[in-house]
Design a binder for this molecule. Structure first.
Ligand code: ZN
Length: 208
């Protein structure tokens, strides 16, 4: 796989854990609803935050860390890296990193690009900045708006095994309006499946 050849992780190394990840937040409704469900299952997860949304909702970003979860970097704007110059990307990532650090008191360790697509120039910039690139091994396709909670959960947990990194979205800033509601409805089904597997779910930093 190309990601593997480039040294980009799609799974976690500590093989007895599953890592749930939520992209595109913070979101004023989707993030709190997600946090409530994670709390009720005593589960921890990683949230890949977008800097421009952290600027709008800094308290929600802070709440993620207050509840014991990890925050990670998903850029300042949600744009394909292919359209960015290396200099502007470097500036953007520093800006988003600083915003996340200010709002949450936690410095992001992991980076995932918008749409999961790296450009050739981006990888050295990410590594120079000290962030670890991280993609995913399972997803729910929960952004499309044409899925049901059952289809999202079914896809996310089909063949789930220790070491998997599951991609979900707690925000609809860059997808079909209200798509986070489907994710929140799917989440108990996903969490039940993880309980059933007897696999702990953990933040990325706790799993690598
Ligand atoms: Zn995204």
């Amino acid at each position: 796989m190309l990601a593997g050849a480039l040294g980009i992780a799609c799974r976690v190394e500590r093989t007895n854990a599953v890592a749930l990840t939520f992209d595109d937040g913070p979101h004023p409704e989707g993030t709190p609803a997600t946090l409530e469900l994670l709390d009720s299952y005593k589960t921890r997860a990683t949230f890949f935050l977008v800097g421009e949304q952290v600027e709008r909702f800094p308290r929600i970003a802070a709440e993620i860390v207050r509840r014991g979860h990890e925050v990670a970097l998903h850029g300042h704007e949600h744009k394909l890296l292919l359209r960015r110059s290396p200099a502007s990307l470097a500036r953007e990532l520093e800006q988003a990193d600083a915003l996340i650090g200010e709002a949450t008191g936690q410095r992001p360790v992991f980076y995932r690009p918008p749409y999961g697509i790296f450009s050739a120039g981006a990888l050295p910039i990410v590594r120079r900045g000290g962030w670890k690139p991280m993609l995913w091994s399972r997803w729910g396709r929960d952004w499309s708006g044409s899925e049901s909670p059952e289809s999202i959960a079914g896809r996310a947990v089909a063949g789930l095994r220790p070491g998997d990194v599951v991609l979900l979205h707690d925000a609809d800033h860059y997808s079909v309006s209200g798509s986070w509601r489907m994710t929140v409805a799917a989440l108990p089904l996903i969490l039940e499946e993880i309980v059933e597997l007897g696999v702990p779910s953990a933040t990325l930093s706790d799993s690598t």
